[in-house]
Design a protein around this ligand. Structure first.
Ligand SMILES: Cc1cc2nc3c(=O)[nH]c(=O)nc-3n(C[C@H](O)[C@H](O)[C@H](O)COP(=O)(O)OP(=O)(O)OC[C@H]3O[C@@H](n4cnc5c(N)ncnc54)[C@H](O)[C@@H]3O)c2cc1C
Length: 314
């Protein structure tokens, strides 16, 4: 189907080396993982990256793989941050052109991949950047700059013990990156056998979608739930009930009862170990912000959140 699966064996060997290097470095210094490798991103300058592969998941969801400068280069993106893509959008009716930018969180991690990065993209029929991803072909280039964002999981590592994530649709992508990062540094990663001082952060993910087919990375999430033995729990919520509802936690919206079932407790001033992360459609994010304040005692969530806040919105 694509080069993704054929790369698995080589990728495993690379993971082993990188995971050890990364972990050893985490123990000895506070540098980010990108600093010992050549990285590709520049914060203030859009650079071209070539598309080398596309894997279609559904009609409107696909993974796009972009090449880095060399096979040993890393993107240079801390876990929890995103990139910005620039595109010259052409209005299909008027033909008028305009420069637009949008943000994306790669689903590949510098921790385990070199030479490329992957974007998991949902295309919208009238979306402006979606036009780029509908038309792009292998060999074409996109313009990217970064890293961007106020969240950097590696810097937060020792401080938060519980991450409670609520997301919808493509809002999964920053959560998926953090979950994978925690797994790679947890005792459940067989490549870290014999090492102590694991990442023991407990993660709860509440993930909402309209219908079953819209769920991104379900297989990968379910595999991690099985591997992480209680350190990761996932609650799927859907607007439309599938035939088999046994694996769905709720049909409808996330409500107080579901959050309580998933283990969220009312916070107190001295509880600094739990952090709620939100990402997704505006309705979901604003509804959650209100509920956290009214039902779980969280302070009112500011329009722009910072890494250390009890509630962080991507
Ligand atoms: C930090 C961050 C990370 C992101 N990471 C990813 C990612 O990894 N993958 C990804 O696909 N997207 C991601 N997004 C969303 C992305 O930035 C764009 O908003 C999205 O691709 C739509 O852009 P567009 O120009 O095609 O649509 P626009 O032209 O901006 O919107 C056109 C229409 O599309 C619909 N639409 C747009 N976005 C959404 C949405 N999120 N939910 C429901 N309807 C919508 C609306 O009806 C809207 O009117 C991320 C956003 C942020 C802020």
């Amino acid at each position: 189907m694509s080069s993704f699966s054929s790369n698995n064996t080589a990728a495993l060997a690379v993971i082993a080396i990188l995971a050890y290097m990364y972990f050893a470095k985490r123990q000895s210094s506070s540098q980010t993982s990108g600093s010992v490798f050549k990285t590709s991103l520049i914060k203030e300058e859009f650079l071209p990256f070539e598309l080398i592969d596309i894997v279609n998941h559904t009609e409107d969801i696909a993974t796009y793989r972009f090449k880095l400068e060399s096979e040993t280069h890393k993107l240079g993106l801390p876990i929890g941050q995103h990139i910005t893509i620039q595109y010259t959008y052409k209005n299909p009716e008027s033909g008028e052109e305009s420069e637009i930018i949008r943000h994306y969180t790669p689903v590949s991690l510098d921790l385990e991949t070199s030479g490329y990065f992957d974007l998991l993209i949902k295309k919208y029929p009238k979306g402006k950047m979606s036009q780029l991803f509908r038309d792009i072909k292998v060999g074409d280039h996109i313009k990217v700059r970064g890293p961007k964002g106020f969240y950097n999981y590696e810097k937060l590592l020792p401080k938060k013990k519980n991450l409670f994530m609520v997301c919808g649709g493509t809002g999964l992508t920053p959560m998926a990156q953090i979950i994978r990062g925690v797994y790679l540094n947890s005792k459940h990663n067989p490549l870290l056998d014999g090492i102590s001082n694991f990442d023991e952060t407990k993660i709860t993910l509440i993930y909402g979608n309209q219908k079953e087919e819209d769920i991104l990375l379900k297989k990968e999430l379910d595999e991690l739930v099985a591997k992480m033995d209680g350190q990761l729990s996932v609650y799927y919520i859907l607007d439309q009930a599938p035939k088999d509802v046994s694996w769905v936690s709720k049909v409808g919206y996330a409500d107080k009862e579901l959050l309580e079932t998933a283990g969220l407790k009312a916070t107190s001033e001295d509880d600094n170990e739990t952090q709620v992360l939100l990402c997704g459609p505006q309705g979901l994010v604003s509804g959650m912000k209100r509920m956290l304040t009214s039902d779980f005692n969280f302070p009112r969530v500011k329009p722009i959140t910072k890494m250390e806040d009890k509630v962080f919105v991507f």
